[in-house]
Design a protein around this ligand. Structure first.
Ligand code: PMP
Ligand code: GLN
Length: 380
């Protein structure tokens, strides 16, 4: 028998809940993806490039035109300068970049600090590299990092810290002060950082996204990871990128070239075209997703759920303490069947789930779907 290297891992909660939602014909607010189409010009560009015959391998680090468009976007929207040749790598999804960055950094026995609740791919990547995940909970109710507690968790073996802002599943957004604290901490302890910024453009109520790339000392030790799936509403295209200093990028690419080698060519060409033609498209996302968040939250005003409107990402947490004392994993399944709304239990993102009773709902859905879902949730 093959002895599992990931004995505690099953099929992801996203896959399971989307399957149950389909089986039950429930409204699927579980897995995070938009149920509305991506920009027509982007889809047309993909068809064009596939038809034109751009269907062979791209360069390992990504198409130069796309890497230049990425560098242009970072300069324009974040005031960050980077070299597209030595610091930008196009990858088949942020998940792959996270895996490659962790694999490039972590040696057997190295400790990696993960902040719970944390995205499901981090821990298995650490384990497969022979590393030891050290989970530190975010501070509730705002899900802010507790920097003192994080510092206490650092040992001589600590090598890497993974952060995620805007945050999945809680919607929390790190402040500039948080990033400064992080910068000081990793500099003092000589740690590397993976900064998962896939929801960078989805921040609400006038908040700003602070990229790790905007802090010089932090940037010098950081792999910053982004996803076109989120920014352009094409999660199924599985394309993203990693920005890191040349020495870190060189190590990331050594792994990337043997995990996937390259990202899909016509997809990269379509993205390069679209980003060049509509460089400010991402700046419109916050307003349109904030509208969806507000619509969903307003329609839940008379429900028995309690909540703080999400600060970022396309996820809204609902607290069901006033409704039930059951486990979130059970309720998710139960409520997918009746009244027919699928969500994600937050406890699965924890190593040691706290006593909160929280479900995550994705509001990247058509307005009418959000209203139908809220109407059903109000009946619970
Ligand atoms: N990180 C976070 C926090 C995510 O929510 C996702 C979403 N799916 C990813 C990484 C992975 O993105 P991708 O689909 O580009 O691999
Ligand atoms: N990141 C998405 C979510 O949080 C799902 C991606 C996946 O299914 N792996 O819902």
């Amino acid at each position: 028998m093959l002895q599992s290297k990931l004995p505690d891992v099953g099929t992801t909660i996203f896959t399971r809940m989307s399957a149950l939602a389909a089986e039950q014909q429930a409204l699927n607010l579980s897995q995070g993806f938009p149920d509305f189409p991506a920009p027509l010009a982007l889809r047309t560009a993909l068809a064009h490039h596939a038809l034109e015959g751009h269907n062979q391998y791209a360069p390992m680090a990504g198409l130069p035109a796309l890497r230049e468009a990425i560098a242009g976007q970072l300069a324009r929207h974040r005031g960050v300068r980077c070299d597209p040749d030595t610091e930008v790598t196009v990858v088949p999804g942020a998940t792959e970049a996270i895996y490659c960055a962790i694999t490039a950094c972590v040696r057997p026995g190295d400790e990696v600090i993960l902040l719970d609740p944390c995205y499901d791919s981090y821990r298995p990547a650490v384990t497969l590299a022979g590393g030891v995940p050290v989970h530190v909970p975010l501070h509730t109710p705002a899900f802010a990092p507790d920097w003192e507690r994080i510092e206490q968790a650092i040992s001589a073996r600590t090598r890497l810290l993974v952060i995620n802002s805007p945050h999945n599943p809680t919607g929390a957004v790190m402040s500039r002060e948080d990033l400064l604290q992080l910068e000081s901490l990793v500099t003092r302890h000589g740690l590397f950082v993976v900064s998962d910024e896939v929801y960078e453009y989805l921040v609400y109520d006038g908040r700003q996204h602070h990229s790790a790339l905007q802090f010089e000392a932090l940037r010098s030790r950081c792999f910053a990871v982004f996803s076109f799936g989120k920014t352009f509403g094409v999660t199924g295209w599985k394309t993203g990128y990693c920005v890191a200093p040349p020495a870190l990028t060189a190590e990331l690419r050594k792994v990337h070239q043997f995990v996937c080698f390259v990202a899909v060519t016509p997809v990269q060409q379509a993205l390069a075209d679209f980003m060049t033609r509509e460089p400010d498209y991402p700046l419109g996302l916050a307003a349109s997703y904030q509208h969806k968040r507000d619509l969903f939250c307003a329609a839940l005003a008379d429900s028995r759920f309690t909540f703080q409107p999400s600060a970022g990402s396309y996820f809204q947490l609902l607290d069901y303490s006033a409704v039930s004392a059951s486990a979130d994993t059970l309720l998710c399944e139960q409520w997918t069947r009746e009244p027919g709304v699928a969500s994600i239990p937050v406890s699965v993102f924890y190593q040691q789930p706290p006593p909160q009773r929280l479900l995550r709902f994705c509001f990247a859905k058509q307005d009418e779907q959000l209203l139908r879902a809220a109407e059903r949730l109000c009946k619970i």
